[in-house]
Write a protein that binds this ligand. Structure first.
Ligand SMILES: Nc1ncnc2c1ncn2[C@@H]1O[C@H](COP(=O)(O)OP(=O)(O)OP(=O)(O)O)[C@@H](O)[C@H]1O
Ligand SMILES: [Mg+2]
Length: 520
């Protein structure tokens, strides 16, 4: 549903306001105004657009746009200039203008266009806010995961000792009990089966702890495990089927619908087999409630110009609507105690995301569930398919060296910037320096601050001594610096810092500022 955009006009001439008000009932915007000689210069929230009329010259307008834009970054500041327009738009955009319109005869058309852009912008912002929430949620989850893995690690060694000892005791006891002399001891004979059963249960429980700790480790493991390489996801499906195929044929009717000539994705093969296995196991477990001859499992792969898709679908009971938002959370399970840990899907999502993909679920209660993985096709393929004219030639594009130890974030930054800049991602300061020593044709360095071994500040110091020109072209990405001292030292460098999750526009602005040689 489109709601009209509220435009607040800071006007100089009352007739401007009147003219705009006359337009507004027909168009997708609502006009409110204040004489900006009056006290209200900033519009009362939630006016998303501030239309600034200024007759006292471009310089004054420039300053006012800048002031309004920096006062409230959410506000879309639109200067209204006098027609005919002079060639000052670029300057106003630099000052932070969202759009520039003039009071010429097609003012209405310009306003309409601006209102529609503003609407779209608001929707993107909402989506952005939603994604931020999702990210924050996942941050919390990964903190839980780390903690759990830490605990798991501590539990593992004593548990291994318990398991080993229990097995020794069981073996010895079995030996002793089978000895003819002890067969005659009635008391021992009576309790022997109880003892053995108790031991057997203890050993089973201890093995289960081992399995849980193992899952926890996978869940919290870093992306370095296993090298990502181009692979065909159909091959991974076939690997899994080889592993569980026999069981599968016996358990459910399995339909394979694999696309031919699948384009490759870049992923860790081991992670992909784990992902497919988890989904297949879940589907089989869900199908247990159905009669064998009615159970159906479908594995499907598809692709289009941008992405590669894998679906694992079953016709089991499906996921209850109240659970659908939680099934990917670690430890969420609807299975009986002892039957499920609730880590399968959490691990699956972790692995999928680490490999640049996304996972979706589609389910209706009673109608089964479909889990869909979507991966990006590898860039080489996409780039060659695109008409060359859509990108400026590589030698004219700024080269941005991006340094972040979080490979997923690194990939997402590249994805964000790649259509504007030539991006060179490196996952550590050492790798970045190694790159620079071979090829220092870099225009901007974008570096994370908190990184293992060599942090962003140390990298900056290294640049100062080895590549001073680049030190002066560095932007820091900060993901929340805990050390007050580090924060102060970073501030002392005088280099711009932008917080993660960063605003794309802000990042672009900083990079462009460096390009123009302006202190940002
Ligand atoms: N194919 C499916 N159909 C219906 N519900 C499902 C399906 N897959 C997962 N679920 C639901 O999601 C929950 C979480 O799944 P997940 O794989 O994370 O844990 P689990 O299977 O319960 O335990 P684990 O995988 O650790 O042994 C399940 O308990 C189940 O309620
Ligand atoms: Mg599972």
């Amino acid at each position: 549903v489109k709601s009209p955009v509220a435009i607040h006009v800071a006007y100089e001439r009352t007739e401007t306001l009147e003219r705009l008000r006359a337009l507004s009932p027909r168009a997708g915007f609502v006009i409110a105004g204040s004489d900006h000689h009056g006290s209200v210069m900033m519009p009362p929230s939630p006016a998303p657009v501030l239309l600034l009329e200024d007759l006292s010259g471009t310089d004054a307008l420039f300053v006012r746009v800048q002031a309004a834009a920096s006062h409230d970054p959410e506000l879309l500041v639109v200067p209204l200039v006098r027609s005919p327009r002079r060639d000052t738009d670029a300057m106003l955009f630099d000052a932070g203008a969202f759009d520039v319109i003039d009071d010429g005869p097609d003012m209405e058309a310009q306003l309409l266009r601006m209102a529609s852009l503003a609407q779209r912008f608001a929707r993107l912002r909402q989506e952005h806010a939603r994604l931020r929430e999702v990210l924050a949620h996942q941050d919390r989850l990964s903190a839980v995961g780390l903690l759990a893995a830490g605990v798991g690690h501590e539990v593992n060694n004593p548990n291994a000792a318990i398991l080993a000892n229990l097995e020794v005791i069981r073996n010895q006891l079995e030996n002793v009990l089978s000895h003819p002399r002890f067969q005659q001891v009635d008391l021992l004979h009576d309790i022997s089966s109880d003892l053995l059963e108790a031991l057997g249960d203890s050993i089973g429980a201890s093995r289960r702890i081992t399995a849980i700790v193992h899952s926890l480790n996978i869940f919290s493991r870093k992306a370095e495990d296993g090298v990502a390489r181009p692979l065909n996801i159909n091959d991974e499906v076939n690997t899994v089927l080889r592993l569980v195929g026999k069981e599968l044929r016996f358990q459910a009717h399995t339909e394979l619908d694999l696309a031919t000539s699948m384009p490759p994705i870049v992923a860790q093969p081991h992670a992909m087999t784990q992902v497919v296995t988890n989904l297949v196991v879940n589907a089989l477990q869900a199908l247990e409630s159905k009669r064998r001859e009615e159970r159906c499992l479908t594995i499907r792969t598809r692709f289009d110009d941008d992405s590669v898709m894998l679906e694992v679908a079953d016709n089991g009971p499906g996921v209850a609507p109240e659970n659908i938002g939680r099934i990917f959370d670690p430890f969420f399970t609807t299975k009986a105690t002892g039957a499920g840990t609730g880590l399968g899907l959490a691990i699956t999502r972790e692995l999928v995301q680490k490999n640049g993909g996304e996972i979706f679920v589609d389910s209706e209660l009673g109608r089964g569930a479909t889990f869909r993985l979507v991966f990006e096709r590898i860039p080489e393929v996409a780039v060659t398919k695109r008409p060359v004219s859509r990108m400026p030639p590589a030698n004219e594009r700024l080269r941005v060296l991006i340094v972040d130890d979080d490979e997923m974030l690194l990939r997402s930054i590249v994805r964000t910037l790649a259509n504007q800049f030539e991006c060179i991602p490196r996952s550590s300061a050492a790798r970045a320096l190694q790159f620079l020593r071979e090829d220092d044709r870099i225009d901007v360095v974008l570096t994370d601050i908190v990184m293992p071994v060599t942090n962003g500040l140390e990298l900056y110091r290294q640049l100062e001594s080895e590549f001073p020109a680049l030190a002066a072209r560095t932007i820091f990405l900060s993901g929340g610096i805990r050390s007050e001292e580090l924060r102060a030292t970073i501030a002392d460098t005088g280099r711009p810092t932008t917080a993660k999750p960063f605003e794309i526009a802000e990042l672009m602005r900083l990079i462009r500022a460096i390009e123009r040689g302006v202190a940002a």
